[in-house]
Write a protein that binds this ligand. Structure first.
Ligand code: SAH
Ligand code: SF4
Ligand code: F3S
Length: 450
């Protein structure tokens, strides 16, 4: 009998990508077969994001099309997972009655038992907060070179603009042993790089049992880095996302000291203005943020810094916005994800009367993006003529004669080469062209090699 096919459409952040890989692993182990064509899939999973309103609306427009299909194909199963599912719950079923299963992000590991209920003829909503238990299924990963590894789920911060704590729940750190076992298994499968994931990764460990009465937690993220560092076969370790409030000098030292930890730090600052930071309830000032970056550069002068920033937060004046521009100018980010503030359900800032008009937000966003591209291009110049170690991941989707990989500092780099020979290898590449967000080079290999 032909196997039923599934397809997963993923929106949003790395956390969702990692969850989708786990859900794909569960579907495989249930005997379903992957198809890259959503129209021929009999099980369709939308793993959704609600960080901004446009992310949420995108989900509904995709869903609309497939929901119609269900009328002629009653054996189609539609699953809405992730953050919109958590936020909307039952409401989603009322809006799109063709949906069979609505499941929050904490249920990614339980997809099999939820689907059993659906196959028994039920429409199911799973959004009650639960403890996320350890995986037994192997994720079906997109890459076979570089892998996501969750270390902490959820977020206990209360940034006034942000929907994440209400959709991802409270912090739950995985046990260090479980994380190490997963990384060892990845190494056995031939993976070369891991990216440790958490919404607020530096909070790792504070919820683990064993925190001592002396006030010092038994386990911090820095301890975890030391603990997992030596797994044989893994050559690079990355992590995201860091919160400036918890980014310690001890962590910076560890990153400088541990050779596999790459010199790239993603530390969102959100705004360069202290009043706005306070209204956002971020718990640091622009001065503190600059100190952290200075400290990183003191230990690792070539480190790449990336961040996220929001423009048009309620009440943001032109002058306050210019403080964000100034910070970007001063720090010179290698990359910056920018967004116009979007009011979100169940967040305090959404109810404030001092909202900024859309035209002002989009004007600020364009101005900031121009500066970001200029700064990133300047930062890229430093690579010209240098020899960088590139971990080869895949073929360049735009040029089949080239492969692509990343520098330790996370710059995407293209060069001529054969993927079959180079995949998963770290090779020296001389950089010959530098663009704002990517590089081109030529591989330096000893004669006769590869
Ligand atoms: N945990 C990370 C970020 C998670 S959300 C941190 O604390 O920085 C990813 C990014 O989305 C945020 O950094 C922020 O820049 C953006 N974002 C979150 N809520 C937003 C909103 N309501 N409007 C616009 N951007 C938002
Ligand atoms: Fe959202 Fe703040 Fe938590 Fe980041 S730290 S996920 S911005 S609440
Ligand atoms: Fe989006 Fe949820 Fe991630 S809202 S950004 S998918 S945590």
């Amino acid at each position: 009998m032909e196997k039923r096919k599934y397809h997963i459409i993923t929106f949003g952040c790395q956390m969702n990508k990692a969850d989708s890989e786990r859900m794909a692993g569960i579907l495989q182990s249930m005997g379903f077969e992957y198809t890259d064509n959503p129209d021929e899939a009999k099980i369709l999973v939308y793993n959704t994001c609600t960080i901004r309103d446009n992310a949420e609306q995108k989900v509904y427009s995709y869903l609309g099309k497939q929901a119609k299909r269900k009328h002629s194909e009653p054996d189609l199963t539609i699953v809405v997972a992730g953050c919109v599912a958590q936020q909307e719950g039952e409401k989603l079923l009322r809006r799109v009655p063709e949906v069979d299963l609505v499941m929050g992000p904490q249920y990614a590991n339980r997809l099999d038992s939820l689907l059993e209920q659906v196959f028994a003829g039920n429409q199911v909503v799973a959004t009650e907060p639960v403890y996320i238990y350890e995986d037994i299924t192997k994720p079906r990963r997109e890459s076979d070179v570089t892998a996501w590894v969750n270390v902490i789920y959820g977020c206990n911060e209360r940034c006034t603009y942000c929907v994440v704590p209400s959709v991802r729940g409270v912090e739950q750190s995985r046990h260090p042993e479980a994380i190490k076992r997963e990384i060892e298994e990845l190494a056995r499968q031939g993976y070369k790089e891991v990216t440790l994931l958490g919404q607020n990764i530096d909070a790792y460990g504070r919820d683990l049992p064993g925190s001592t009465e002396t006030g010092r937690h038994k386990y911090t993220f820095t301890d975890l880095l030391y603990y997992i560092h030596d797994v044989e076969g893994i050559e690079r370790i990355r992590f995201a996302t860091s919160h400036p409030r918890y980014f310690t000098e001890r962590l910076i030292k560890a990153c400088a000291e541990l050779p596999k930890v790459c010199e790239h730090f993603h530390i969102p600052f959100q705004s360069g203005d202290n009043e706005i930071l306070k209204a956002m309830r971020r718990g640091y000032t622009r001065e503190r943020y600059r100190e952290i970056i200075d400290k990183i550069r003191e230990y690792m002068p070539d480190a790449a810094i990336s961040a996220d920033a929001i423009v048009g937060f309620p009440g943001e004046t032109e002058e306050q916005f210019e403080n964000t521009l100034k910070l970007v100018e001063e720090i010179g980010f290698d990359q910056l994800n920018t967004a116009a503030y979007s009011p979100r359900p169940n967040t305090p800032a959404a109810t404030w009367p001092n909202q900024i008009p859309e035209e002002v937000k989009s004007d600020r966003l364009q101005r900031l993006n121009r500066l970001v591209a200029q700064k990133a291009a300047e930062r890229s110049q430093r690579y010209l003529g240098r020899v960088e170690e590139i971990l080869v991941e895949d073929v360049n989707p735009k040029d089949a004669t080239q492969v692509m990989g990343r520098t330790r500092t996370n710059r995407l780099t293209f060069f001529k080469g054969d993927l079959k020979q180079l995949k998963g290898k770290i090779v020296p590449v001389r950089i010959t062209e530098a663009r704002a967000f990517s590089l081109t080079g030529e591989v330096l290999l000893p004669a006769g090699c590869c």
